[in-house]
Design a protein around this ligand. Sequence first.
Ligand SMILES: [Fe+2]
Length: 186
Amino acid sequence: MNQNDIIAAFISDIKQILAADPEQGNDLTPIAERMRKLVADPSIRNWQEEPPTGNVHSGQQSRPLYQDESGLTLMHARFGPEAMTPIHNHNSWAIIGVYRGQDLYQKWRRIDTGNEAGKAQVELIEEYVLKPGDVAIVPAPPQDIHAQQGFANEAAYELVLFGSNPAGQPRLYFDPAQETAYTAQQ
Ligand SMILES: [Fe+2]
């Protein structure tokens, strides 16, 4: 199968999983397991196409491979090794699947009671390296806070599934030292 057919089969399975889950993404484990299968597919592992440049995060490139009116969106993304992305959210749960390179992934948590810009306290709760075939769950808002970077001087190539389309939604960028968050368009 080519990448288009493989992705169509993936989206079809994800829609079935979500339809069977009345909380719509409350338990993200089955979705993460389906992503694990997707990034293990040899056609995906050998994918040589580069996502286009132009994303706001330095060193990050991405493009949507699938999006629909429900908000479900699959992005093809590359994270360069030059710098960590800002600590940010997407106002959505997400499942990250790495298929090439390695990703230094940081999971952050908001520890004040707010969920908006302004005064904001966040703490790093986990940092680990995602290798090809690994997946990570970005939990539902307001704890969908993370940062990432290509690891070991290599870019990380990934597929990222979002429950709600992150494009056009203002995201938050967090500054832990200043204890602030500010809003930015994608
Ligand atoms: Fe992100």
